[in-house]
Design a protein around this ligand. Structure first.
Ligand code: ADP
Length: 331
């Protein structure tokens, strides 16, 4: 029996956001809005997304012994995530200093802080979490050595999902464990390292040649493509929505897909569900604030809560109930 549907190993950051009329040039000072502090980081985001959907989720991460660390722990707990694996101390909580101008362009400085101190030893010490988890997911905002150690500590029968963001070339040992490797176009380019072909099908073939058991390519408003080593390439349509902010869509998609794979859905079924989760997330501003509950996902696809959207005759899944693009709910 597994205690957790999903163990997320990754980063936790405080996002410090200031709106400015103009982003400062070198040597310049500009006045901005009041500071807004949001919980973020790809690991923390994935865990919150899964927890909010109802997945039994644990997070293995490191935060500082400071106010930002407490903010991150609070947001995990509010989403129902087990924080027994969140280590505290060693460095300040990771932060992203973000300035955003009226056109939406931003400048970001990231201080990895405690994320950079999540070590291979921390992974080995969390062996009981690995044995209790059906699926393990990771990203690359923590040291690559730590991700390698994650792969070495997977329990027999568990499944590993990697979103290599920010992207960098990956060792064969990590690639071989991915089932799936989840990338957007930019990440695919960096991982493959040579010129990509024209179509997402070509990118998938190039990625599969590097060793992962399966690949999912996310294509924003164009949905996703799933490809298994021995199977067909399947296009997953997106759900038509009015996007207001795509921040965190990839994290919500990855978390939902990882959770549904643990429920023994096929990769295409899990990706179709994840596309609906990503679609709800883009209708709302922010990252963690935008992640939906399972009921909200069911409402988007016209399926009643409690029904299983993957098996209730949804065809294609590209429209709202009345065939109209769906709008974000006011919150
Ligand atoms: P990333 O942020 O990693 O680049 P994407 O932007 O591709 O990821 O988003 C992940 C998934 O979220 C997509 O595959 C799609 O299913 C969904 N999604 C993203 N943007 C939209 C959109 N504008 N409309 C509908 N669904 C979207």
């Amino acid at each position: 029996m597994y205690d957790y549907d999903l163990l997320v190993v990754g980063s936790a950051n405080a996002d410090l956001v200031i709106r400015v009329e103009r982003r400062p040039a070198a040597g310049e000072t500009v006045l901005g809005s009041d500071l807004a502090v949001h919980p973020g980081g790809k690991g923390a985001n994935q865990a919150v997304a899964a927890g909010r959907l109802g997945a039994r989720t644990a997070l293995l991460a490191r935060v500082g012994d400071d106010g930002h660390g407490r903010l991150l722990l609070d947001s995990q707990r509010a989403a129902g995530v087990d924080t027994v694996g969140v280590l505290v101390g060693g460095a300040p909580t990771g932060i992203a200093l973000i300035t955003v101008d009226p056109s939406g362009d931003n400048s970001i400085v990231v201080s990895p802080g405690a994320n950079g101190r999540l070590t291979p030893e921390d992974v080995r010490a969390a062996g009981s979490l690995f044995h209790a988890s059906r699926v393990v997911s990771a990203q690359l905002e923590i040291p690559l050595d730590t991700v390698v150690e994650v792969v070495r500590n997977l329990a027999a029968g568990s499944r590993f999902v990697l979103n290599p963001s920010p992207p960098r070339p990956l060792p064969a040992e990590v690639l071989a464990a991915c089932d799936p490797l989840i990338v957007n176009e930019h990440e695919a380019r960096v991982i493959v390292g040579t010129a990509l072909g024209d179509s997402p099908e070509d990118w998938a073939a190039a990625l599969l040649a590097l060793g992962p058991r399966s690949v999912v390519i996310t294509l924003g408003a164009d949905g996703a493509l799933v490809a298994e080593r021995a199977g067909a390439r399947v296009r997953i349509p997106s759900v038509k929505v009015e996007a207001v902010d795509t921040t965190g869509a990839g994290d919500a998609f990855t978390a939902a897909l990882a959770w549904r794979l643990g429920r023994r859905e096929s990769l295409a079924e899990a990706a179709a569900y994840a596309a609906r989760v990503g679609a709800v997330a883009v209708t709302r501003p922010g990252a963690q604030e935008s992640f939906p509950t399972a009921e909200e996902v069911a409402a988007l696809s016209g399926v009643l809560p409690g029904d299983d959207p993957a098996t209730t005759g949804r065809k294609g899944g590209s429209e709202g109930l009345a065939g109209e693009p769906l709008r974000g709910e006011s919150r």
